[in-house]
Design a protein around this ligand. Structure first.
Ligand code: ADP
Ligand code: MG
Length: 276
């Protein structure tokens, strides 16, 4: 890896958007791999019962595998379920199994039902620079657990016609969780995904998102790329599947922006983004 400056404290990032198919999972696994390749120690927590992030990282997640369900519902330590990701040093995954589909209901009757993930992460003793949580496409208790555990919300936005629809609901939930459960929570990052620069629509949506959000929007957007969509079927991120592709390079660049933005004011002045 190139070695970017590492954060002083673990940055816990929640990748959320209750719309399905906008690139949450793709963004989670590829940003995580990029941050690891830049020299960080990174844990992906798969919080979607579909287990797509686990699949994309080549992590076994059949029904018998110890998983994030056991952590949330059975209070198992996170370290019992974390697996290393092959081929990417410093990258780890807490997989999701299909059990997790029931957790949304089972959590309701448990004590501290909103903060079980936060407690699990706090109890994790291995050093970590980043935790990235891949949320399901809903705003239920699983997503609330993620929002309580994290400080930063990362919202992938697909550059298509209804891009901003439904975001109001997510932002309202972020406000509610901040007001009642987690005062540190804020939207730190908006990432434009599946950007097709040849279409007028994509650039219009990008402009609308930049006007609406401003500085949270990363300069780098992720292009629509066949290599990105092929990689999960090989249990790989695009960073190992096709390291030189435009998709891989754009995720590396997005990760670099995120790593540098997280530094304390002034520190990144000394960091040359061309040669770091
Ligand atoms: P979500 O997790 O929000 O449901 P996914 O990350 O699973 O969304 O992405 C939805 C679909 O779009 C997947 O088939 C994925 O491979 C594809 N996809 C995501 N990002 C890109 C991209 N930049 N280029 C091409 N296909 C993409
Ligand atoms: Mg997903």
């Amino acid at each position: 890896g190139e070695g970017l400056p590492r954060p002083a404290q673990t940055r816990v990032m929640v990748v959320a958007n209750q719309k399905g198919g906008v690139g949450k999972t793709t963004t989670t696994v590829n940003l995580a791999a990029s941050l690891a390749l830049h020299g960080g120690r990174v844990l992906v927590i798969d919080l979607d019962p579909q287990g797509n992030a686990s699949t994309a990282l080549g992590i076994d997640h059949h029904a018998e595998v110890p998983s994030i369900y056991d952590v949330l519902v059975e209070s198992k330590p996170l370290s019992d379920v974390v697996q290393p990701v092959a081929d990417v040093e410093g990258l780890f995954c807490a997989p999701a199994t299909i059990d997790l589909a029931g957790a949304e209901i089972e959590l309701v009757s448990l004590v501290a039902r909103e903060s079980r993930l936060q407690r699990a992460i706090e109890g994790y003793e291995q050093p970590l620079d980043y935790v990235l949580i891949d949320c399901p496409p809903s705003l239920g208790l699983l997503t609330v657990n993620a929002l309580v555990a994290g400080a930063e919300v990362v919202i992938p936005i697909q550059c298509e016609y209804y891009a901003l629809e439904g975001l109001g609901q997510l932002l309202k939930n972020v406000d509610l969780v901040r007001a009642h459960l987690n005062p540190r929570l804020h939207v730190s990052t908006i990432l434009l995904t599946m950007y097709d620069g040849r279409t007028r629509l994509a650039s219009q949506v990008a402009e609308e998102v930049r006007t609406h959000f401003g500085k949270e929007v990363l300069r780098t957007s992720i292009p629509r790329s066949v290599r990105i969509s092929e990689a999960p079927s090989y249990g790989q991120t695009v960073l190992t599947y096709d390291p030189g592709s435009s998709g891989a390079l754009s995720y590396l660049e997005a990760a670099r922006e995120m790593a540098l933005r997280g530094l304390p004011e002034g520190l990144n002045v000394h960091y040359d983004p061309q040669h770091g």
